[in-house]
Design a protein around this ligand. Structure first.
Ligand code: NAP
Length: 277
């Protein structure tokens, strides 16, 4: 049976260290989260982030704009935050309403305050193998988990299922930068099982149950990024955890796997941006 990777415990360790560090700071880091509209899932995520920030001694502000705000006005508001030296980290909660171009909004964030690491400068640095101001939180959390459990990345075949800008693409680049041989799969991949069975490290970021026991290699490491509700309303991930854990070497559960690491890395990024400014 696999070792269950305890993301919650690693995240708590990161947060405890951050809290200690912040307690010694005269001036506190300030994270500002922008939410447009009142999408329920977004509100839950935004409030979770605020609660965790406050627990650690990070000042946090949520700015809620009406769904109908124009792209131009949203960019103006972000520019104000860029110029406000009391704000150290800016997060725009995604998804945005359809009339707003997400890329234009991300471009408007100062790379120095880009706590998600999504701006062109920071993602370009990542692509170039340079150190960005901030690494995207979920991929950063995944790498941290692999390191905490001493899972070798260099020379291994890492298979990433999903190619979103927030998870799939950046984790693929980060694994490549750490000398893994990386294969990225997506909805048009025709031979998914054949590829996932070759993975020493399998990362699934899809949002539906897609990884079953006949798709994994014995002793592989499986990282499940997916989070969604099953037909009974239970929170679950992409991987058939109960059956897959009997075959692989390491596996993350959902919940208590990657999720808490994402929030911990967001807090860590906030503190790091504050320190750089
Ligand atoms: P996304 O933008 O919807 O991307 C999903 C990806 O899955 C796409 O690249 C899509 O391919 C691919 N895909 C869909 N069906 C597939 C199939 N049958 N075979 C192979 N690939 C398939 O999602 P996301 O934002 O990356 O999030 C993915 C999941 O992770 C969601 O459940 C989300 O809630 C969760 N998530 C969790 C955390 C965390 O902290 N734990 C953080 C972020 C996201 P195409 O590109 O071809 O459409």
């Amino acid at each position: 049976m696999a070792v269950i990777i305890n993301g919650k415990a690693v995240a708590e360790k990161i947060c405890t260290e951050l809290k200690q560090k912040i307690s010694t700071m005269d001036k506190k880091p300030h994270l500002t989260v922008i939410q447009v509209g009142n999408n329920t899932a977004s509100s839950i995520y935004v409030n979770l982030k605020k609660k965790k920030a406050e627990e650690l001694g990070i000042k946090s502000t949520i700015i809620n704009f009406e769904e109908k705000i124009t792209e131009e006005n949203l960019i103006k508001e972000i520019t104000k935050l860029n110029n406000d030296n009391q704000v150290h980290a800016i997060l725009v909660q995604l998804p945005l309403p359809k009339h707003i171009c997400t890329n234009s909004i991300i471009k408007a964030i100062s790379p120095l305050k880009d706590v998600d690491g999504f701006t062109v400068q920071n993602s370009g640095d990542l692509l170039n193998g340079a150190v960005p101001n901030a690494y995207p939180c979920t991929p950063k959390g995944i790498i941290r988990l692999l390191e905490e459990y001493n899972i070798e990345i260099s020379g291994k075949h890492a298979v990433v299922v999903g190619r979103s800008n927030i998870v799939g693409k950046p984790i693929a680049i980060m694994l490549l930068n750490k000398n893994a041989t990386v294969t990225v799969c997506h909805s048009k991949t025709t031979n998914l099982e054949e590829i996932t069975r070759q993975a020493d490290i399998l990362i699934s970021a899809v949002g539906k149950k897609i990884i079953f026991k006949d798709m994994v290699k014995p002793n592989a490491t499986v990282i499940d990024v997916g989070i969604f509700k099953d037909e009974n309303g239970k929170t679950t991930g992409d991987v058939d955890f109960e059956n897959v854990k009997e075959i692989v070497g390491y596996i993350t559960p959902v919940p208590k796997g990657v999720g808490p690491m994402t929030i911990a890395c967001l807090m860590e990024n906030t503190v790091e941006l504050f320190e750089h400014q």
